[in-house]
Each structure stands twice: as structure tokens, then as C-alpha cells.
Design a protein. Structure first.
Ligand SMILES: Nc1ncnc2c1ncn2[C@@H]1O[C@H](COP(=O)(O)OP(=O)(O)OP(=O)(O)O)[C@@H](O)[C@H]1O
Length: 326
């Protein structure tokens, strides 16, 4: 289903949380809303679900205005961080529950659960009590229960955050596969930029009530529209130095640690070091600024390093200058 957000606006008391969001989310798209804690991500999702009322704006789903429809009339699937399974039921009964509530026939329920259990690879635990399965499996059951109804679109609020890092990694791949197989329109909220980068067809960065940038993960990484996004996206924040180092005053240049090479015209002093596998990141003082430089070589704190910048973007007043080719 195609979802159009038209000038969405929401405040709590005098605090404006959503301040004019307009965007089109395409059918079958994995759309991730990324933002720091308190940015309004959950509020936006609750608005889309119909749990929270808008102060202004419209939500159009496949050409139909659903702005004033209650949650049960929107036919959306929701998976939240704190999914609550019914502890005294089996996996099967948990998934069947929303269908029974709709008085679906027993053989139709069986057919649907079989399909969804195959999709989520939980067929072998269907008759286990939910208290006897792992956290990762419980998460799958929660997803199965949410999507078994054939919803129009899917809202997911940090559904993987309860899982430990390793399971989460596999779960991401699985979720992406499920989304593609269902050809579902997924709207997924997270504060974890790594998760966003690995899952999204497009990411919308929610900051100060607006989508500050919407784009493919690589666009956000390569061409962050603002300094704030450059710092927020990436394993390390983008580095910034005054334009004077390339003889251009009044601007700043932004570059990623990965866009540096050891040896070259710039000099810094190593202040601290972080190793990530084989890669070493050197935190250096360069004049009055701090920058992170990528290195394959080991250094000690206090060493002087010289480096060059292979690629950079120009920013003026915190905003990307578009016509920059280097
Ligand atoms: N029902 C409410 N009444 C008043 N203020 C609220 C209400 N719900 C949320 N807020 C405020 O709105 C802002 C956005 O909250 P929201 O939970 O949407 O952020 P979030 O981006 O999902 O954060 P997190 O990542 O921490 O879950 C916060 O400042 C929060 O305190």
C-alpha cells in the first residue's frame, strides 16, 4: 500500500513534537524512521496506527483518507519493543488469537498459521508454550501474531532491541527477507543508525520535528544534508575542519575517517585509539579540532601522524553545499 503523509503536525501541551512532515512511502518499501531518543519516532508511529490524534495534516493510504479512522479500521500490523505474548498459551494459540477474535473459521486459521510459521521458520515450536522458547523465538512469534491478519501495512517500533547483538544481526536479515516475501510496506522505527543502514530501502532522519533528510542509506552516508546528519550517521561521526585548510574561508569541510589516508599534507597528534577488528581509528588533534583518522598501522598516544583527505564535502552554516564534486 502506498502511504502519503501530508503536513503532519502534533504537539503535547506547548511542545511541538511533529512539525510538518510530508512524505510518500511506496508499496513494498522498507522505510526506516531514524532519530535520537525523544525525537518523536514512537509518536509518529502511534499517529500512523491511529492511537494518537493529529493536530493537523492528513494520512492517505492507497488514495483513501484514513486520518480520522480508529486503529481497528486501519488494518495495520504493529510490532512493539515490548511485545506481550500470552504466557499461558502455546505459540499456535498466540498467533491464532487475533484471528479467533475476528471469528475466522478453524481451517482458514490453520492455513494462515501454516503459511506464516513457514515464513518465520517457527513450525517446529508451534505447540510449545511461549514460556519455553528463547527470546529470539518469542520475537518471531510476536511478529507472526502481528502479521497473520494480512494487514495493509506494518508498523514496527524497535522490535529487535530486546535481542542480544548476535541474534539481532540474524534477525535483521530475517526481517528483511520476510518483508520482501510479503512485499509489505514496512515502517520501522529505530534510534540505531547501524540497524537503519542495514534494513532500509530509504531512511528518514527525524530531528526537531521534521524529516531532516530522506534518502537511501548510502546517500545519507555520502551526502549528509546537514552537519548534524553527518555526525549522526556512520560508525564514527563525520569529521569537520575549517575550510581554511583548503584555502576556502567561510565554509567547513566534512570527511569520514574512511576518506583519509596516512601520509600527506595534514598533521595531527594522536590523543586516543580505537581498534575495530583489523581497522584502527586514531582520534587526533588537528589544530583546534578533533578528527578521527582511519589507519591500518598502529600508533601510540602522543605520536604525530600525517594524513591526506581523499574525499570531502563542503558545508556552509551547517548545511551541505550541493555542487561539490570532489
Ligand atoms: N502522551 C504524551 N504526553 C506528553 N508528552 C509526550 C507524550 N508522549 C510523548 N511525549 C513527549 O514527546 C516527545 C517524543 O516522544 P517519543 O516517545 O515519540 O520519542 P521517541 O523518538 O520515540 O523516543 P525513544 O527513542 O526514546 O523511544 C518526548 O519529549 C516525550 O516526552
Amino acid at each position: 500500500m502506498m502511504i502519503e503523509l501530508q503536513n503532519l503536525y502534533k504537539k503535547y501541551g506547548s511542545k511541538v513534537v511533529i512539525n510538518g512532515i510530508t512524505e510518500k512511502i511506496e508499496t513494498g518499501e522498507f522505510f526506516v524512521i531514524l532519530g535520537p531518543s525523544g525525537a518523536g519516532k514512537t509518536t509518529l508511529l502511534r499517529i500512523l496506527a491511529g492511537i494518537e490524534k493529529l493536530d493537523n495534516g492528513k494520512i492517505i493510504v492507497d488514495g483513501k483518507d484514513v486520518t480520522n479512522l480508529p486503529p481497528e479500521k486501519r488494518n495495520v500490523a504493529m510490532v512493539f519493543q515490548n511485545y506481550a505474548l500470552y504466557p499461558n498459551m502455546t505459540v499456535y494459540d498466540n498467533i491464532a488469537f487475533p484471528l479467533k477474535m475476528r471469528h475466522m473459521k478453524k481451517d482458514e486459521i490453520e492455513k494462515r498459521i501454516d503459511r506464516i510459521a513457514t515464513l518465520l521458520k517457527i513450525k517446529d515450536i508451534l505447540h510449545s508454550p511461549v514460556t519455553k522458547i528463547s527470546g529470539g523465538q518469542q520475537q518471531r512469534v510476536a511478529i507472526a501474531r502481528a502479521i497473520v491478519r494480512d494487514p495493509s501495512f506494518y508498523l514496527l517500533d524497535e522490535p529487535l532491541s530486546n535481542l542480544d547483538a548476535r541474534v539481532r544481526f540474524t534477525a535483521r536479515g530475517e526481517l528483511k527477507r520476510i518483508q520482501k516475501e510479503l512485499n509489505g510496506t514496512f515502517i520501522y522505527v529505530t534510534h540505531d543508525q547501524k540497524e537503519a543502514m542495514s534494513l532500509a530501502d530509504r531512511i528518514a532522519v527525524l530531528h526537531e520535528g521534521i524529516f531532516e533528510q530522506v534518502g537511501k542509506p548510502e546517500e545519507l552516508y555520502e551526502y549528509p544534508k546537514t552537519k548534524w546528519i553527518g555526525e549522526f550517521i556512520g560508525d564514527f561521526p563525520m569529521n569537520f575542519l575549517p575550510g581554511s585548510i583548503i584555502n576556502e574561508d567561510g565554509i567547513e569541510i566534512g570527511f569520514r575517517p574512511e576518506w583519509t589516508l596516512l601520509g600527506g599534507e595534514f598533521k595531527g597528534i594522536v590523543e586516543s585509539i580505537e581498534s575495530v577488528g583489523e581497522n584502527i581509528y586514531l582520534f587526533c588533534k588537528v589544530k583546534d579540532s578533533s578528527v578521527v583518522i582511519f589507519s591500518k598501522q598502529r600508533y601510540d598516544v602522543g605520536d604525530e601522524v600525517s594524513f591526506s583527505i581523499t574525499k570531502y564535502r563542503k558545508f556552509k552554516d551547517g548545511i551541505l553545499i550541493k555542487d561539490d564534486k570532489k
